[in-house]
Design a protein around this ligand. Sequence first.
Ligand code: ADP
Ligand code: MG
Length: 701
Amino acid sequence: MLSLRRYDIKYIKGIGPGRAGVLGSELGLHTAYDLLHHFPSNYIDRTRIYTVRELSAIPESDYTHIQIRGRFITFNTLGEGAKMRLVGLFTDGTATIEAVWFKGIREVRKRVRAGEEYILFGKPSRFNGSLQMTHPETDSPSAVAAAGSVRAVYPLTERLRQKNIDSRVLHTAITTFLAGLKRPLAETLPPSVISSEGLMRLDEAIRVIHMPSDAEKLSQARRRLKFEELFYIQTDMLRRSRNRKASVAGYPMPRIGQWFNDFYRRCVPFEPTGAQKRVIKEIHADIAHGKQMNRLVQGDVGSGKTLVALMAMLLAIDNGYQACIMAPTEILATQHYETISGMAAKIGLNIKLLTGSTRTKERRIIDEQLRDGTLHILVGTHAVIEDRVEFARLGLVVIDEQHRFGVAQRARLWKKSTLPPHVLVMTATPIPRTLAMTVYGDLDVSVIDELPPGRTPVSTMLRFDKQRAQVMTAAKKQIELGHQVYIVYPLVKENEKLDLRSVEEGFEAATDFFAPFKVALVHGQMKPAEKDAQMELFVTNKAQVLVATTVIEVGVNVPNATTMIIENAERFGLSQLHQLRGRVGRGADRSFCILMSKYEISADTRKRLDIMTDTTDGFVIAEADMQMRGPGDIEGTAQSGLPFDLKIANLALDGAVIQQARKAAERLLDSDPALTAPENRTFAAALAAMLDRTTDWSQIS
Ligand code: ADP
Ligand code: MG
């Protein structure tokens, strides 16, 4: 297997240097290994022949690659020069279809004759009312039969097609290469896993996935290859987390002391929920014994993560350490700073805020107090992990809304102390369990699965443009009752100008409509100071309406706001909508979330938005979102968190396989923690190769 990773595809028959270059740049295929792992996206049943009449009855949008069998009646060359095309009129006796070629005309004319029987393979379309197939594969029925009953279709790009690299080229190159191998492909999974999981062996799986003989075998091959990818990831994550637990010492923080107790007695105005208490206990148990903690706290919007974070930081302080908490934006950092210093005001903790716009003078004081250890808690943005920020004894780092912080950034924290600080990651974007297992597999997970009592769920409704007047009137009524209103616009990067215009127009319309009440405006292209000033107007209720893009998405806390109007709701992801909705319903009063949408939305979009109106449970929403859109689209769970790209497994749909792979990885590491047993050596090497593919390539090319 390893030598396949060194085997340049330019040496493969049917590829050659020219095609190798394009395959490399277009699909990232460089080696024989890559080529064999470029899996078909689809299969065509080559025993299924459509009739032309049948095609006329299918709507054009449903056309896929199909075959028809018949004869060419005539050929005509039309147009001139670059516009020249060859049109063959083809019939199977039920009706006619035109085959059109723009390139390779001479070659087609030589090879294909009128009157002989062919099978055309391609994707039909309708042009000026008549049926067409451009550049169909044209083969004799005997050649098709010889190629097997199922044919693989490969993911391709437009540029590859222009270079005449189609599925057939890839398929032929792959199958020829496989046929020429002198030995079976070396098995890359440990033998114990193959037998306990009843998996197909690699050699067979690779052959079957490219040349399936039947559906049952194909599904076994797919399962094997999916399992393998997920098993690599689980083994890697589990091994890292076990190693860390076994070998990475952490600061022991056994004591529950004065700060913690004082705060709890004098500053917490409510009874923590059972879930909050449990998670604080889990954190304490984790940091007490001299091992480094890496813990993810998942809790829905409003579940009270801030209290948990603060209490964890107090434990660190009680044991003689400093703590810091990082938020993804300046607004959020500022708000955390205010909340935390407000909550802890009575006990005299030294808490400071550090962001990109902290003045030099203040910055100097912070630096000094960090170094002499008198600063207890530093709140900030990424500015906190800059190299020049030095702590005397950084013991705990809280990262809020983790999806904006990568693993690399987490790693940088280590440099700030002799031992790595404990890390607590807080996320309000709940993700399904099996996904968490993969994306955060190296973290221990706590869940705050209970909301503080007395919350009324936010009433959520879907409204269309023609109901806008009613929506605005209802919003105004809320303001007259003393409340505040958010109006949020989507921001799509591709067209920032247009987005900016819509939010600015929205601002003007709102200013007119809500007068004499005041409207604030916040969007991504404002300077931080300007943004903060506008935000401040809303937070202090000097403005009653906030028109904004999604900069307010996470964490902003204005309990007096009771109405959230989301414009073009169909353009948001569910998790994002859920986050936005979480901005209201934070006080005692009944709150509303209105999803505005244009009238013509697809059934899928409708179904998505209906989930929002049906439930306020973030975990249910995350699960539904993942099922409907696939994990890559879920905010905060970009697959970039994974050590390599998945080729065949799907985090959204392969939950069961993820769990099986996790269990198998646990068993394997129980029996062979360092993966040094002889029977696991090939696997260990394959895993290592998977994990440093990128570095490998930078060295080779
Ligand atoms: P999130 O998990 O979204 O960060 P916050 O920490 O901002 O939630 O808490 C949301 C609100 O709930 C805050 O106003 C906080 O003071 C309040 N809160 C937190 N815990 C409790 C509790 N146990 N009982 C009542 N209110 C609580
Ligand atoms: Mg929060």
